[in-house]
Ligand binder design. Structure first.
Ligand SMILES: C[S@@+](CC[C@H](N)C(=O)[O-])C[C@H]1O[C@@H](n2cnc3c(N)ncnc32)[C@H](O)[C@@H]1O
Length: 308
């Protein structure tokens, strides 16, 4: 579908009083959620764990992990559960997660247990022993209980129903780009409150124009050409919001909240740098280099400083 039509449909649908319910139905009942190939999520999830192990010796067993914006395909949550996390807390502003969604991940992850064992150093027999009761659970509540998974929704990442200092790992994938900048500051303040001293933060942020995901004719960073006013109309409403923050700005917000960024991987394609150089950029991006603006994906790792 043409992206401008899509944008207009989101804008119209967002104005309906039952917009959230419609969106939830689309995500959880349609075939989209249950046709996702979990490899797309498993590869970055294993990368996150490898990186946390390398940087700070982090291993999930016995730890408390919180994923914000967990969505409908809980690959990271199931993986952490199989690796023996003490608590896996999944939180989302929308209750997208379902029994069928978890079962879909469990079915697809089973043939990948040898790969997970090889990548993490866990014993395949232990992974399988934790997978079995999850897969056998007859309903959502017993499924979550079998995996030591807690699900909070609707709940905002800026106000989690959890006590101070309970979390070892606070993470998200493809979520921060959807949160308005002002709200992101609140999310990072909440992160600091929830983390144990020395606790870790890992965010994977898709910095591209998401309209381009479904429209190959659109340049990956097309949305950068619009000024804030035009973009607020095209791509910022209740059902679809992209804040367009770049990796360096995401990093700065974490630092400002007292979360020390210890690692940034920003993925940039030379063709996108050329594209950015060719744009008459709106003032909102002035002060950043074309390379900084052109990054289309970033992984950010931070930790809670013990003293502010
Ligand atoms: C693009 S989806 C990503 C879902 C999942 N992390 C994945 O990678 O498949 C973004 C998710 O973030 C959630 N979300 C957006 N803003 C949020 C907020 N302020 N607090 C909690 N969740 C939020 C949305 O409801 C949605 O489930």
């Amino acid at each position: 579908m043409n992206w401008r039509l899509k944008s207009a449909l989101f804008r119209l649908a967002a104005a309906l009083p039952y917009a959230d319910a419609l969106d939830r139905r689309r995500r959880t009942r349609g075939r989209a959620a249950l046709s996702v190939d979990i490899s797309l999520h498993l590869t970055p999830a294993l990368k996150m764990l490898r990186r946390l192990a390398e940087l700070r010796g982090f291993a999930p067993a016995g730890r408390v992990a919180l994923e914000i914006g967990a969505g409908w395909n809980p690959v990271y949550g199931v993986l952490l559960s199989l690796l023996g996390a003490q608590r896996v807390i999944l939180l989302d502003i929308q209750p997208y997660l379902t029994f069928a969604g978890v079962r879909h991940v469990l079915r697809q992850i089973e043939p990948k247990l040898p790969e997970i064992a090889a990548a993490t150093g866990a014993a395949e027999a232990d992974l399988r022993a934790r997978w079995r009761p999850l897969a056998a659970a007859p309903d959502f509540a017993s499924q979550l209980a079998a995996g030591r998974i807690e699900f909070f929704a609707p709940a905002s990442a800026a106000a989690a129903p959890l006590a101070d200092g309970t979390v070892d790992l606070f993470f998200s994938t493809c979520v921060l780009e959807h949160i308005p900048e002002a709200d992101l500051r609140g999310v990072h303040r909440e992160t600091r409150r929830l983390l144990k001293p020395g606790g870790l933060v890992y965010h994977i942020v898709d910095l591209s124009d998401h309209f381009a995901h479904g429209d190959p004719s659109l340049p990956r960073l097309n949305f950068l050409r619009y000024d804030d006013r035009a973009w607020a109309r095209l791509g910022q409403n209740r059902l679809f919001h992209l804040n367009r923050l770049r990796a360096v700005e995401m990093k700065r917000l974490l630092d400002e909240a007292g979360l020390s960024v210890i690692f940034v991987e920003a993925q940039t394609d030379p063709a996108d740098v050329e594209f950015v150089r060719g744009l008459a950029l709106p003032p909102r991006f002035h002060g950043l280099t074309p390379e900084e603006i052109a990054a289309h994906l970033c992984h950010l790792v931070a930790e809670k400083r013990s003293v502010r």
